[in-house]
Each structure stands twice: as C-alpha cells, then as structure tokens.
Design a protein around this ligand. Structure first.
Ligand code: PLP
Length: 400
C-alpha cells in the first residue's frame, strides 16, 4: 500500500455522486431510469450570458486575471450583494472562487486547526462535513426536526457551542430541504452567538434567488448586522443562472479572513476562468428576466410533486420555501416487506427498492445526516416528474 495523507483517508466520495454513478451504470445496462438525483438546474444558461462569454473569447479576454476577479465581475458581485443584503463590501472583502464550493473549502482551510469544531445542522449539503474533515476539523452535527421546518433552534445551537467551536454553517434555502429562516429566527440565533465571540458564521446562500415566498430570503448579515465582522456570505451563479459548469462563486466577509482565502487561492487556482468571469458579470449585472421565469417553472413543479408525494400513503413532505428539492419523510414505509420478501429497514433500503421496482433514483436521507427521509430533486421536466411520482406510487402499493 502506498502512503496517503490522513486528510484524504478521513473523507469519502460524495454520496449523491455515488447515486448518480449507480444511475449511469443501470442506464448503461439498458434500463430506463427516471433520475431525481440531480443537484443542478436542467435549464440552459441564458443567451445573454453565453453571448458575453463568446464576446470575451473574441476580445482576447483569455489571460490571467486578478485573483478575486476582473473589475466588472467584482463590481457586479458587490452591487448584487448590496441589493440582496443591504450591506456594501469592498474589493478587499471579496473572494471569488471556482464555484462557491472552493470558497467554502478555502475558508475552512484558512481557519481550522486539528480538532477545531464546526457546527453543521442536519440535514446538510453532503460536502460540508467532509470539507471540515479534509481540513482536520471535527464536524459537530446537530439534527433538526421536520416539526421545526428543518431549522436549527437557538437552544440547540447554544448546547452545541464549545470552546473549540470555530464556525457554524448555515445554508438557506437549504439543500436538501429548501428550508429558509425568517429575520426573527436569524436574530434568535445571532443572540446566542453574541455570547460566543470566537465563532464565525458561514452562510451559504447559493439558492437565495430560487425562492417561492413573498419578498426575498433574508441573510443573517442583514438580520443581525452586528455580526458582520464574523460572517462570511457565500453565493455564486451556479444555481440562479443555470451555470453550474462555469464555476464561479464568491464570498464576502471580514478583510482579515478574505485576505487569507485569496492568498490560498493565489497558490491553488490563481483565479477562476477569465471567460467564466465575463459570463458571470453579465449574469449578475445584465438582464435578469431569465431568473423569475425559471423560478416560476420550479414553483409549478414543486407544487406538482408535493401534491403527488403527499397523496402516497406512507410518504409525506413539507412544501419547500426555496431551492429545488423535497425532503420526503419515509418513516411510514419502514418495516414493510417488498414483493421479493425483504424488509425495508432504513431509508437506503427504501431508495434501493424505488430504484429496483419503480426505476426511480432518489438519494437516501442518511447521506444528508437525517433519517428516515429521501431527497427528490425537481430540477427535471414535468413529464419525468409526473411519471416518477406515479412509479413511486405503484412501487409503494406493492409493499406488504
Ligand atoms: N452550496 C450548496 C448548498 C450546494 O448545493 C452547492 C451545489 O450543489 C454548492 C454550494 C456549490 O455550488 P458551486 O457550483 O458554486 O460550487
């Protein structure tokens, strides 16, 4: 055996990646699989954004850029952050990465020493715990409940904080539940944090524009501006503008932290691609009409799938306020027996059964740290969603 570092041995391949891999394998074997596993918009990148990228290529904007982006991109990001949060940040308070994912990883890399703790409410985006582990930290997982709308409660936060806590990671709208916090709920969390001045807040707001409520999603920097020097706001263009492959994300926060994030980026990726930056600047500052159009489509799909799932005996789901996922409670299926005689013991058994019997792929809740649930992505066309819901209904009806 060749030697590998502990930091990689402590982490695993993403479970949603593993589910997608299973789908690819079954399809390669000739099965028709309805996949509700995808974590990205099914829409094409808007035309004006693609045109901006093509224009950048033609204009020769194909060279290294400043580490945290070209001047037009920086301006577009900072203006947008101000529109969304009411807070103005400067270039020195801005990090731009190869996706929001890189910014999160680097923020942890810049701040964690061995044994430092990071509070992660569950269910969580699968990458957070492994990003913490990869940087030698310890994820501290706090399970939320469906009754509380999958939101961490202030008393849970207080109970989880220790001398070793460095961060709490908030993600709203959440992947995988779509949960969003009100300004009042954020202020209640901020009040707890006021007693723990050494703790930073990472707020991952990548789904903030995919929102079905009135008004808009509130950021903790807006709800509790007194925390601003301890908050890193992460966002990006991947989800809002159907630009997952372009790899542009950003973080705004205190200068002392952003400086170190940018230093680490300068020694890893230098910057994200210049062409992607031109596209992202157009996405953020140009015509916005594609965004509400996509959100309306997601909304009608959401309503369709929520109604379908809630009409299946043994399954239930809240209607998510944002993002494009349902977190389906499948407790009512546990203990039941499949036609081939096996008993469904946990949410992974449920998802494997649905794959086998309904040919529908979803991701089991254990992957997100809260069972028994499974995640459905509705970033898929309505015909597929309708067919998938009926196939799930048929498979559930065969359980004894
Ligand atoms: N944060 C959450 C909650 C996500 O679901 C994702 C993508 O799946 C990301 C961050 C990463 O986005 P990006 O494409 O900007 O790296």
């Amino acid at each position: 055996e060749r030697k590998l570092a502990q930091r990689v041995l402590r982490i695993e391949e993403s479970p949603s990646g593993a589910a997608a891999e299973r789908v690819r394998r079954l399809r390669a074997e000739g099965h028709r699989i309805l996949s509700l596993t995808v974590g990205e918009p099914d829409f094409d990148t808007p035309r004006n954004v693609k045109d901006a990228a093509i224009a950048a290529i033609e204009a020769g904007d194909t060279k290294y850029t400043s580490g945290n982006g070209t001047a037009p991109l920086k301006k577009a990001i900072l203006d947008r952050v101000e529109r969304r949060t009411g807070q103005r940040y400067t270039d020195a308070q801005l990090a731009v990465g190869v996706g929001g994912k890189q910014v999160i990883f680097t923020a942890l890399q810049a701040t964690l020493d061995a044994g430092d703790e990071v509070i992660i409410p569950a269910p969580y985006w699968v990458s957070y715990p492994d990003m913490v582990r990869a940087n030698e930290g310890e994820p501290v997982i706090i399970e939320t409940t469906e009754q509380h709308g999958f939101r961490i409660q202030p008393e849970q936060l207080r109970a989880a904080l220790t001398e070793r806590t460095r961060w709490i990671i908030l993600n709203a709208p959440s992947n995988p539940t779509g949960a969003v916090y009100s300004a009042e709920q954020l202020r209640a969390l901020a009040e707890v944090l006021a007693d723990f001045p050494g703790v930073e807040v990472l707020t991952d707001e990548i789904y903030d524009e995919i929102y079905y409520g009135d008004d808009r999603v509130v950021s903790i920097v807006e709800a509790a501006p007194e925390l601003r020097e301890r908050v890193l706001v992460v966002n990006g263009v991947s989800k809002t503008y159907a630009m997952t492959g372009w790899r542009v994300g950003y973080g705004v926060g205190p200068e002392y932290l952003v400086r170190e994030i940018n230093k680490l980026h300068s020694q890893t990726t230098s910057s994200t691609a210049s062409i992607s930056q031109a596209a992202a600047a157009e996405a953020l500052a140009g015509d916005q009409s594609a965004v509400p159009a996509m959100v309306e489509v997601y909304r009608s799909r959401r309503d369709l799938v929520v109604e379908g799932i809630n009409s299946i005996e043994g399954l239930s789901t809240l209607s998510p306020d944002g993002a494009f996922y349902l977190y389906v409670n499948c407790a009512g299926l546990l203990g039941r027996t499949t036609p081939s005689g096996s008993v469904l013991e946990n949410d992974e058994d449920v998802t494997l059964y649905l794959l086998d019997e309904a040919k529908v792929a979803v991701v089991h809740g254990a992957a997100y740290g809260l069972s028994p649930f499974f995640r459905i992505s509705f970033a898929t066309d309505e015909a597929t969603l309708t067919e998938a819901v009926e196939a799930i209904r048929g498979a559930v009806a065969k359980l004894a």
